[in-house]
Design a protein around this ligand. Structure first.
Ligand SMILES: [Zn+2]
Length: 108
């Protein structure tokens, strides 16, 4: 995990799976609601063996509302499914501790 310099927490882990737009909203202190945060789960398989699982956080506007799970089984999936998702994370990422406290303070 890479580190960032958080103004509140100092040298701290970077949560890499937070989109650039969501990070920006957090930076400016938007009053985000649960419905604003979209979580996409990405599962990567090699044959039937699961290689990795991650939850990616975006603003709900960045992806289709019914997109909740992306399963990657081959290069074509990577190209068609994962790449378009990853575009949202260029320049993204956020302080893990700030994000954790943001999640626990989310209003319904
Ligand atoms: Zn922080």
């Amino acid at each position: 995990m890479s580190l960032i310099n958080c103004p509140i927490h100092g040298q701290v882990g970077l949560h890499p799976y937070i989109s650039k737009a969501l990070g920006h909203e957090l930076d400016i202190g938007s009053r985000l609601k649960v419905a604003d945060i979209h979580k996409v789960r990405v599962e990567i398989y090699d044959d039937d063996e699961q290689l990795s699982t991650n939850d990616y956080y975006l603003l709900s506007g960045e992806v289709s509302a019914d997109l909740a799970l992306i399963v990657i089984r081959n290069e074509k999936d990577e190209e068609n499914l994962l790449k378009p998702l990853m575009v949202n994370f260029k320049g993204g990422g956020y302080c893990v501790r700030c994000f954790r406290s943001f999640l626990s303070n989310l209003s319904e």
